[in-house]
Ligand binder design. Structure first.
Ligand SMILES: NC(=O)c1ccc[n+]([C@@H]2O[C@H](COP(=O)([O-])OP(=O)(O)OC[C@H]3O[C@@H](n4cnc5c(N)ncnc54)[C@H](OP(=O)(O)O)[C@@H]3O)[C@@H](O)[C@H]2O)c1
Length: 259
């Protein structure tokens, strides 16, 4: 009997994570879907089951290492993960009057985004390395390439994810485990609905899901889309700081409080 293809997706109750879950749902696949909102998670799980996948849902806060890690190892023991996608993420930012985010809001983003990625990936690395197979996908952002003035902690968390993914890739590739670092620009989800301001080159969710899925399937080291926005951010980073800062300040926006 052929074994199920094991796929873990965090942030699977909404946006990119939910889109990827639906895209991978098929006979012969076991999806392990992680999020916090039980109702939204179950709705995605039901759609994936309808498409033929076996689905297990886990209601966890990825910011809490211990319960998540223990559960992920148990899931991997039952059906080994071939693909681990850490897509959970939150965004906040400065107030409409550029009021600083403050410790609580800033730390919350670093915890959910950067530590959430680490809490998802690290517990599974020993098993992936033992098998000498598998693929890890982490989701950064163009905000990782040049920090955005109106969401400093989000930018920092995403820069951390990007550095973590790039480092892991170099470390793990010789041992048979691939790492893909996704650097997306704006795409249409409940997260971007809360971003009030310019969102250049914004694409629909379906398009972003297709691009990311294709990159994952080809085991691309980096999945950067749209490229022009990423190039613009990198160019701003290479300029003298005062000029880069002036350009970045033009993209003035604020982020409405999350759900
Ligand atoms: N949308 C964009 O334009 C954009 C651009 C660049 C990068 N990204 C990144 O892409 C990823 C997906 O974003 P999206 O736009 O699809 O966002 P979204 O629609 O708001 O979905 C975010 C997902 O992350 C989950 N999540 C958030 N905090 C969590 C926590 N502490 N524990 C467990 N799950 C948590 C949410 O689950 P619950 O709601 O169930 O808690 C939800 O499933 C994020 O990493 C985001 O930073 C987005």
């Amino acid at each position: 009997m052929t074994r199920l293809r094991g796929i873990l997706i965090t942030g699977a109750s909404s946006g990119l994570g939910a889109g990827l879950a639906r895209s991978y749902a098929a006979n012969g696949v076991q999806l392990v879907l992680v999020g916090r909102d039980a109702a939204r998670l179950e709705a995605v799980a039901a759609a994936c089951r309808d498409a033929g996948a076996a689905v297990i849902v886990g209601q966890f806060d990825v910011g809490e290492a211990e319960p998540l890690g223990r559960w992920l190892i148990e899931r991997d023991d039952a059906v080994p993960f071939d693909l681990v996608i850490a897509a959970a993420g939150v965004s906040a930012g400065t107030g409409p009057d550029s009021k600083p985010e403050g410790v609580k809001l800033a730390a919350m983003q670093v915890r959910a985004n950067l530590l959430g990625t680490v809490h998802t990936v690290e517990p599974l690395l020993p098993a992936l390395l033992k098998r000498g197979a598998g693929q890890v996908v982490v989701i950064a952002s163009t905000a990782a390439l040049r920090g955005l003035p109106y969401c400093p902690a989000y930018s920092a968390s995403k820069a951390g994810i990007r550095a973590y993914g790039e480092a892991l890739r170099a470390l793990l590739a010789p041992r048979g485990v691939a790492v893909s670092v996704v650097v997306p620009g704006f795409f249409d989800t409940p997260m971007t609905d809360r971003w009030q301001g310019p969102r250049p080159f914004m694409v629909g969710l379906d398009r972003m899901v297709r691009v990311v899925r294709r990159g994952i399937d080809r085991r691309r080291s980096r999945i950067v889309f749209p490229r022009l926005l990423a190039l613009g951010s990198q160019a701003a980073d290479l300029m003298p700081a005062a000029i880069g800062d002036r350009i970045m300040r033009a993209f003035r926006f604020h982020i409405e409080p999350g759900r």
